[in-house]
Design a protein. Structure first.
Length: 688
């Protein structure tokens, strides 16, 4: 687990308290009128102070309004914008091949064999070609009326122009009408008119090559693995397209997780994608439920789009629902997901009625999707998203369209597979009953004469209220908790004993995670929530310290806790709040001199260097924190004046490697752990 995070020794320096805000100035009385300084300030405010940002200048001034920020996610959003435009051509039936190439110098090139962006003069801006209008004018494009594209991911007409504005270099070539046209840009400014560079017989489509501007993104660079996964997901989403991936070999040298070349084409669509992600995870049912269907016709009889899905209910593992609209990922869900949930919930309840199972009526969408792995892709006309980053679909009509399209097909699937349908119903009803039992237990009133706040689990809290000056120790078991409580500083140090090895959240289902009392007590003790509900301002302690035994079992428990924080409270790690305590394994005594050793190697070194030769040295091995005298625990591990803490950090530049290592060592696929053990067994130094 040491490879998962980079640790820095020492206790973090305490940040200085912020200086108090200045007291608000007293408003002048009406009788005295405004002061001369204020009058002068008001007089200086004139029409000349009003700025008008033209062209693409607003994008460069405020890139976060258009791509969500200037971090690595925003950088890759540029790649997604250009790839989405090519995908729109494919979904519309005008292209079937897309090439994406990553070159040295952070240059990305996307090529499609579609119709090619029009290059003739624009009817409204007659002095410019349509190509230049698209690349330099916000809210321009061919996707507003629905005539050029029945469904599309680009809706606001800002994608290509935003990429152009935020690129130091952008080069575009268009092949159409048996000719090739080219235009170059620098930070959104045309470097000349559109030029015809020659004839062509077989080539058609658009090629855009760009380099993100370092003035905007600093030293951030495209990550090959992230781009490759983006290409693969797009190929899964539309089975009619082939995406050819190419990356300069120097950018992926020594890596086996991303190839330098690949041809991505998946005739099975989302079902292929889900099978690939599940790997060897055992499903609750014998087969996936997948398919595609047209959405109900519009009132005028026109086509409203279609929907594709793939669903597996898992016996174990991490549940997840990935949704898309017009090939755009919607990580925050939206109305199409609501229609999906409604169809499945109503269908399963109806199946329960046909089986005379009265308990089916208590099933909720949470029960049904608590251990589900599913993918949903909707193609609809004129979708409405929340913001330019399009992370959530808000089209109200999508709920009805998706629910209607899926409900009949789910009913038919249940009727056609009665044994599997009964097994699913029994499992979901059991999950619903467990939820109700937990709710009943949680709602049981807890009364006391003093009406003090109920502390979660076996938490022993500290007395100081300033969170920045306090810390909580997470220890394994009541015995270690007893020693820690005696060794602590009652004013600033809290102790929460945990019951042995906690749940491995990397391989557990969402339902098991929610139902784990130990983790619920931990989150409640911290007070900051978890996942998307995390709020760092509510964190009750400035330092969260994992303190486990100095042996293999202790290291395993620490690994499980770090995995929990990495997956469920990553902002706590990014905020620098998570630490590892470093308790010693040995106490060495010679006369009145006592020295502590961290491990066997440290013990031998200190025996040779810290004591007089010839005299007897008493060596005591601590069996665990629970067997360590409180005075020793305080002196070596809990007293800020003498202890050593390792800060747990997750470096952004190693994000992909960290995620891969967590998944390999803690995830659902045991064969990956076995491979890691085989490859690294000779390097292990384990005291058994």
């Amino acid at each position: 687990m040491n490879d998962l995070f980079s640790d820095g020794p020492g206790t973090p320096a305490r940040k200085p308290e912020p200086s108090p805000a200045p007291a608000p100035a007293q408003a002048p009385s009406r009788a005295s009128g405004p002061k001369p300084a204020r009058a002068a300030a008001e007089a200086s405010y004139s029409a000349s102070d009003i700025e008008v940002l033209e062209g693409l200048e607003p994008v460069r001034r405020r890139p976060g309004m258009y791509i969500g920020g200037t971090d690595e996610t925003a950088l890759h959003h540029l790649a997604a914008e250009i790839l989405d435009n090519a995908m729109d051509e494919a979904v519309a039936g005008h292209a079937n091949t897309i090439d994406l190439k990553l070159s040295p110098g952070n240059r990305l090139t996307v090529t499609d064999n579609g119709r090619g962006i029009p290059v003739d003069p624009h009817p409204k801006f007659t002095d410019r070609s349509a190509l230049e209008v698209i690349l330099t004018t916000l809210h321009s494009g061919g996707k507003f009326s629905g005539k050029a594209y029945a469904t599309s991911g680009g809706l606001h007409g800002v994608g290509s122009s935003v990429v152009n504005a935020l690129s130091s270099v952008l080069e575009v070539e268009v092949a159409r009408d048996r000719a090739v046209w080219r235009q170059d840009y620098a930070r959104g400014i045309p470097q000349g008119p559109v030029e015809k560079i020659g004839p062509t017989q077989n080539r058609r489509g658009t090629r855009i090559s760009f380099i993100p501007d370092t003035e905007i993104f600093g030293g951030l660079a495209f990550q090959p693995l992230r781009l490759f996964r983006l290409c693969r997901s797009k190929a899964y989403l539309f089975r009619g397209v082939t995406i050819r991936w190419e990356c300069d070999p120097s950018l992926v040298a020594g890596r086996d997780d991303v190839p330098d070349r690949a041809v991505l084409h998946f005739p099975g669509g989302l079902a292929d994608s889900l099978r690939d992600e599940l790997g060897e995870t055992p499903p609750l049912l014998c087969e996936l439920w997948s398919g595609e269907a047209d959405l109900p016709a519009a009132s005028d009889g026109g086509n409203t789009g279609r929907v594709e899905w793939a669903v597996a209910w898992l016996d174990s593992g991490q549940s997840a629902l990935s949704s898309y609209c017009n090939t755009i990922p919607t990580p925050q869900g939206g109305t199409h997901e609501t229609g999906f949930r409604n169809a499945l919930l109503k269908g399963l309840r109806a199946w329960g009625e046909t089986r005379n199972n009265k308990r089916a009526a208590q099933v909720t969408a949470e029960d049904l999707l608590g251990a589900v792995a599913a993918k949903l892709s909707a193609f609809i006309r004129d979708p409405q998203f929340q913001g330019q980053t399009k992370e959530k679909l808000t089209s109200t009509e999508a709920t009805r369209l998706v629910e209607t399209a899926l409900r009949d097909r789910f009913d038919h699937w249940l009727a056609g597979h009665p044994a599997q349908a009964d097994a699913l119903l029994a499992a979901i009803v059991e999950r619903a009953e467990e939820r109700l039992r937990r709710k009943e237990s949680k709602d049981t009133p807890r009364k006391s004469a003093t009406r003090r706040l109920r502390l979660p689990g076996k938490l022993t809290d500290c007395t100081r209220e300033n969170a920045a000056e306090t810390e909580i120790f997470l220890v394994e078991g009541d015995s270690a908790g007893g020693s820690a409580k005696q060794a602590r500083d009652r004013e600033t140090q809290a102790v929460l004993p945990l019951r042995g090895k906690i749940l491995n959240v990397a391989s557990a289902s969402t339902e098991k995670l929610r139902g784990n009392q130990e983790l619920r007590d931990l989150v409640e003790a911290l007070g900051c929530g978890q996942g998307k509900h995390y709020d760092g301002t509510r964190l009750r302690y400035g330092r969260v310290i994992i303190m486990t035994d100095a042996d293999v079992d202790g290291a395993h428990i620490a690994s499980l806790l770090m995995t929990f924080f990495y997956r469920e409270l990553p902002e706590l790690i990014r905020g620098g709040h998570l630490f590892l305590a470093q308790p010693p394994l040995y106490r060495l005594t010679q006369g009145a001199r006592t020295v502590y050793a961290m491990d066997d190697r440290d013990r031998e070194r200190k025996i040779k260097t810290a004591f007089k030769t010839g005299a007897k040295i008493e060596v005591s091995r601590f069996k665990g924190l629970g067997e360590m005298p409180p005075a020793d625990l305080k002196r070596t591990t809990m007293d800020p004046k003498h202890r050593t803490l390792l800060r747990v950090v997750a470096l952004p530049e190693h994000a992909e490697e960290t995620e891969r290592r967590v998944e390999d060592l803690m995830g659902r696929r045991p064969e990956l752990r076995f491979q890691f053990i085989q490859a690294n067994a000779q390097r292990a130094d384990i005291d058994l």
